[in-house]
Design a protein around this ligand. Sequence first.
Ligand SMILES: *[C@@H]1O[C@H](CO)[C@@H](O)[C@H](O)[C@H]1NC(C)=O
Length: 600
Amino acid sequence: MHFSTSVLVVVFGFSLALALEFSELPQQQELLLQRQQQQQLLQLLLRIRSERHYDTILLYGRAPCVFHAVLPLLQLPTVLLSRGSSHRDWEFSTELLLLCCGVNAEQEQNSRTSWKLQTARRLIYVETRLQPQRLCEDYFERELYNVALLDAEFATSGSFYSCRSFQKPSYAQLQILDSLPIYVEQFRDMQGAILRSEADQLAPRSMLYRDAKSGKIRMIGYVANVVNTFVERVNATLQLRDDYELGKITYYGDIEKLTQQNLLDVAATLGSTMTADNWEYISYPYIITSYCVMVPVPAALPYKSIYTVVVEPLVLGILVLLFFIFSLLLIYSQRLTWRDFSFASVLLNDRSLRGLLGQSFPWPEHATRHVKAICCLMCFSSIMTTTMYQAYLQSLFTHPPPEASIRSLQEVPYSRYKVAMDRREATNLLKSRNLTLDDTKSGYILDDWNEFVHMRDTFNASFIYPVTELRWKTYAEQQRLFARPAFYYSDDICLHRMVMLSFPMRRSLPYRERFEEHMMHMQDFGMLESWMDHSFFDMVELGLTPLKDFSEPVTDEDILYLRDLTWVWLFYAIGHVLATILFAVECYRGRERGTATPMT
Ligand SMILES: *[C@@H]1O[C@H](CO)[C@@H](O)[C@H](O)[C@H]1NC(C)=O
């Protein structure tokens, strides 16, 4: 293991061996100087600690070096990296002070460790006489901003340097005894430094427009505004491309790639932490939302099939069962024996049939109490069934119920809809959930992100679209202008029930923390909500949302045609045919017997 030889970790206290080494130096005067230097250095380290606390020290460089002698006096956990790197992914505490014995002592090889150490405070000792201007600029070029420098002169004069970006000269000379801050907030005022951004133009989060006065391109939206206000806050200059095609949406993945290539600082778009494989390129989550689908509101059931909905087979079966039970009861209760029982008298019991259908029927002669009770029961159930059917039929004809809605992705292939998706998003998202969207059966995969968004924006009702809840809010607002809603947001079919969205940013962005802090301030002050509430108006103002009714036009909705009652007529006809046949059979059999039997 190569790192075990190069790393030597000393925790709490340092042996006095180093101190003894120094004491053996021959000349008395140099010894004194050493002592003085140690004292001053200790004072400096304590001053840094009182400015902002540190609880760990990381020391780059070989002994002997001025720092090694002072460390035992500080009594703090210390990591010694004598070769300048550990090749290892360290998790240091955020309260860290970095000491370097020489400008080139820090040779961190592990890119993740060096990324994490980017904003740590650095104190650098230079053997030779240092040139602060050049050194500070060197550090700024490496995007390290919290740097203080000292050289051998520190021992006698007590003066050292602290780098100051965006200032001229780019350093400040400080004295050990003065009270000026050593490490300052460098990005408080960026003096008009450029911040490169790009908007994806996906309304309403970031939209572009040309400013009428200056003719410059500006951006707006609840995502773009965070970048806008940050630029304003730190006195930077926002740089947008000049060759934007207004209204042309860029796929957010493409912008993410630009930030990963260091071509942008902070992008005015949102990337999902779900698909991000590296957290170094995205900010702290800005918004949490759900990512589900919007489904066309199911059409109303055609009038023609309403009757089939009303006549449920199960209910019909129960009614037939009731009919048989009443027939049996009537037969038995008349004489309290089964002597009159025959299949024909049960299956074709005329009293029970008429009674259940709410028709009048001859009351049995010399009715006993049992018969009366059963007839009462029959009357009661006939009132129930006839009123129930009538009520259903009439109310459903007035307000036809909607067709069954889709409840899961598995149901999509059996519906008349397909899920429209961008190919890149489909591969990204579905893969992360182990779903497959069959290209032909249930999915409609588009290669052009713009086309996908256009289809969604125009409420093309042949498809189901994935949409974030945030975006859905503006669609819902837009739908209020329609004659009736065209889509609804389905909580049942979700790609992600909770998705965290963050700003894509450059890996070594030195003001990452400051940006995140600003972002969270905007949330805390309720700016995010205010921007979101306003987003629909912004979209209308910029002409991104046409005030047009995309819902399906209402066609002859309130007219009932004769053909809509087909099933009712059919049942009616079948009943009549049956009755006629029975009548014919009875007539025929009556004549055959030659006796006139009174018909009941
Ligand atoms: C902002 O930056 C400009 C340089 O672009 C500078 O002149 C100005 O003083 C700065 N404003 C503030 C408030 O510091």
